[in-house]
Structures are given as structure tokens and as C-alpha cells.
Design a protein around this ligand. Sequence first.
Ligand code: GSH
Length: 341
Amino acid sequence: MPMKSILAAGAAVGVLSVVMPVQAQETVNAVMERGALRCGVNTGLAGFSNPDSEGNWEGLDVDVCRAIAAAMLGDPDAVEFTPLTAQQRFTALQSGEVDVLSRNTTWTLTRDTSLGLNFAPVTFYDGQGFMVPADLGVTSALELSGATVCVQPGTTTELNLADYFRANEMEFEPVVIEQIDEVNAAFFAGRCDVYTTDASGLASIRATVAPNPADYIILPEIISKEPLGPVVRHGDDQFFDIVKWTVYALIEAEELGVTSENLEEMMGSSNPSVQRLLGVTPGMGEALGLSESWAHDAIAAVGNYGEIFERNVGVNTPLGLERGINDLWTRGGLMYAMPIR
Ligand SMILES: N[C@@H](CCC(=O)N[C@@H](CS)C(=O)NCC(=O)O)C(=O)O
């Protein structure tokens, strides 16, 4: 087609069609047509993603999926969950089996580039730790030379473990097991001296899987940065934007004092930031290609970020985690939403 005709055709349907690749909104279109979001989650890690006794998925990562479904489709239940091991997760996302991965996945350079993925904002700042039986008599990771260490393959955990032991001139013997249930069984049966993974994972496994949590201690060393967040494939910028801004909306809601409880009252707020977030002042929804109630629906479904944190992993849950660096930036933490305007 001659350049003039391309421009004319572009002008007829809006300038964007000229510059956007054909497949640009493939994921958004698929989700909208299907009427459901396909979300890859953990196979079972209490607090993050775990089926309850009736098979309903719950947890912080699960709530992120429900928020995205609510923002896109107005329905937090319009999610098909696919449980994935660490090793299966990236192939499942790359192949299109899932639209988004919300599965305690660490944002690293190589995953963000050579795996063809994009990371949305961090939903939990974590770091790798070590758990040992109390009767091992160890109080520091620096006393672990010669230990057998249980670890899952396909994780950042494996590499950090090797780096840490090498840097400290210590030896270890890895026991590498893919299924988390089998890693847990191996560790609690004493097949390895040490369990290493993200500190949140250790807290979860100790509180919910250990036969007697008091028999196990988590050592003080945190040996890595593990920023965990949702991940999408390269190629659909609109979908990436939707996932990104849904996470920001949950964080912004907490900063603005908007909760699942006061949401309807807040629709009448005179604060312009609240009005924009909740679509009372229209524009944000249109910019994302969604309904103006996108953020309202996400918050109605799962609450703001603080509510999600406290309900799933906070001090009143079995995990008992403090907000710490996962607190809002206004309280000294790292949670900071980009401006919604
Ligand atoms: N954040 C790390 C580790 C993530 C990970 O897979 N951790 C394990 C141990 S807590 C897990 O969640 N396993 C659950 C499963 O395999 O379903 C990564 O992205 O590689």
C-alpha cells in the first residue's frame, strides 16, 4: 500500500492503528472474548495461593488475579486458575496457557528480557532465607558448611544458594525436588538439614506445614533481593498497562484511605485524586481501554493493598508477617503507586 493510503486508512480508524502491531491486543481481546482471565498461580503456598477446603483459591497472589479480572470484566470470579510449579511457570506464560503469572515470581533482568516477559509492579518485597530444625543447634547461616539443603529447581533460590555458599567458602549438598509438597515432606522427614526459599515462603511453610512450628527456626540472614510481582508476555502493551495500573490502583487506594468497606461513601469524596481513581471523574478507565469503574471494581473485590496484605499474610494470619518494607512509602516502606491522572 502506498504511504499516502496507509496514512489515509490510519486517519479513518484513528492514528494508533498505523503504529500498533497487528497482534497488539491479543491478550486483552482473548480475555474479553472468553469472559475470563487465565491466571498462573502457585500449586499451594498458604498466604500467597492455596485452594481452601472447597477448592476456592485464596492468597495475596490470587487476590491480584481477582483484582485484574474485576478491573477488566467487572467480575472477580471470572478467573481460571492454573497451578504451576516453579519450573513450569514461564513456559505456561510464554505459550499462552495463562494470560498472567501471579506466583511469587522474582523480577530479574534475564526473566524480563531473554524470557520475553514484562514485570508489573512488585506486590511483595522479599528476600531469601534459611530454615533449620531448632535441634540442629545453629543460629547463623554462616554455620551451615557441609549441610544438605532442600531447594526447588527453576527458582532464583538455587543460584543465590550457590553464590552465598561460594562467597562464604562453605560447602553444601543440594537436594533438588520439583514439587513443593515433596520438598516439604523431605525437609520435615529430616532428609535435608536446611530449607531455603523466599523468607515469606519459609514463614508460610513453617506455620502451615511443619508438624510443630516451634521445632523449626528461621535464621536471621537474608541473602538476596526477591521482588515478587505479576508477569505478562511481551507483545500486548495494553494488557501490561492494565496489570500494572491495577496493582498501582490497589496501592493508591490504601494511600488515599479508600477501602472495600468505605468504597461507596468514598464515591462522594471531594478529593480529586479519589474521584479520578474511582471513575467519578472519568478518563482513567478510557485511557486503559476499560470501564470507568475498573479501579472501583478491583477494590470492591479484594480491598486495597493493605487489606490484601493483612488478610493473607499479615500479623493476624498464620504467617504473621509485619508490613516492614511492604508498607506504603508514606510510612517508610517501598509501596509507591505512580500518579493516577
Ligand atoms: N521467588 C523465587 C522462588 C519462587 C518459588 O517457586 N518458591 C517455591 C518455594 S516457596 C514455591 O513457591 N513453590 C510452590 C510450588 O512449586 O507450587 C523465584 O521466582 O524463583
